[in-house]
Design a binder for this molecule. Sequence first.
Ligand code: ZN
Length: 411
Amino acid sequence: MSGPIPSLARSGDAVLSDLRLVDGIHPEPRDGVAIVIRDGMIVEIVPESESPPDSIALGGAFVMPGLINMHTHFSLSLPGPGGDAVSALSPHELSLYMADGARRTLLSGVTTVRCVAEKAGADFALRRAIQAGHVAGPRIFTAGRGLCSTGGHGHDTDDTLECDGADEFTRGVRAQVKAGADLIKLMISGGIAGEHEQITTPQLTDEEMSAAISTAHAWGRKVTAHAGPAPIIMRAVELGLDCVEHGYELTPEVATLMAQRGVALVPTLVVTRAGAFFDDLGVPAWMQERSLGAGPRHMQSYRSALEAGVEVLLGSDMPPFWNFEGTSAVVRELEHMHAGGLSATGVIRAATAAPARWLAAENRIGTLEPGRLADLIATPEDPTRSISALRGIDFVMQSGVVVRDDERRAR
Ligand SMILES: [Zn+2]
């Protein structure tokens, strides 16, 4: 390498040509167009014939918006030796570990994440470092620490804050907002990773849920909840919940209510199909059995949501970049969403435009059109025909800057 080391913060000017555009608006890929990018923003989509000779020619690749992963934990520590090693990191070590995860996440094609419980405020430091260009990583929307009851889901690591009673939940929400949270995460039922609970264990009272949700809404923050069983979700939706994580045991009735109220589902199907990942981390047998055992009901639940017309959103829970079953965890999740009954274009929407809208960021991200940030990915095969085409992601651009280019086309 010669010349000065480029700053990660620099914004890009570029023209992308020789591509097929999957813009997230038109149903079919568009041929014969070029994307003009200035200062990191798409300013124009022009006919190919107008692209300058120094444009980046993508060899006919399919270009689509960067993926938005709505269920991410950069500081994830599950039970077992792998998770224990993360929990044992000092704050400095944890920051560096999370920065590495953020970089790998971006390179996997995820240009925006929504973090839903991170350890001890490290997510805010990571977000600032990415914004400042000190480290590479996706755009971060974060909940800060998740709020749980004493002994509730996730209580055993410091990515949660234990609260009891309406006042403590109100204070918990305000504390996350004070730290910089964009949304609030509540743990309203048990889950897979808690030794002393079942997925069906209710963990918050109506008063606690109501206090947390109304306080968050007063401060302009949406609320999402880790939730399994239908009756608990039904109650939370009635109290104003905006999004459900996992939804292991939805029924048609609760799915219908979610659809009516515009409550989204982040199904995270991969977490009940993640045996190889759990083996990598040395996750104990009881958790593996609970996870894999919940798989069929989880898929049935997801199908109920699709049938009821619930907006479903991409979320991997596992580190998005994790090398898993021949691809990344995030692409594997997209394949499960497709296998469960969502069309390839529906899956693309669930990974791009729909999450952007939930995040109230649709004016900046989620589609490729003038006025949007140039956050995009490219792959040789057509993702509107087969979502597995995303196994071939070989080019990632963030804010007009090429951050991954396996074919070295952008020279
Ligand atoms: Zn999670």
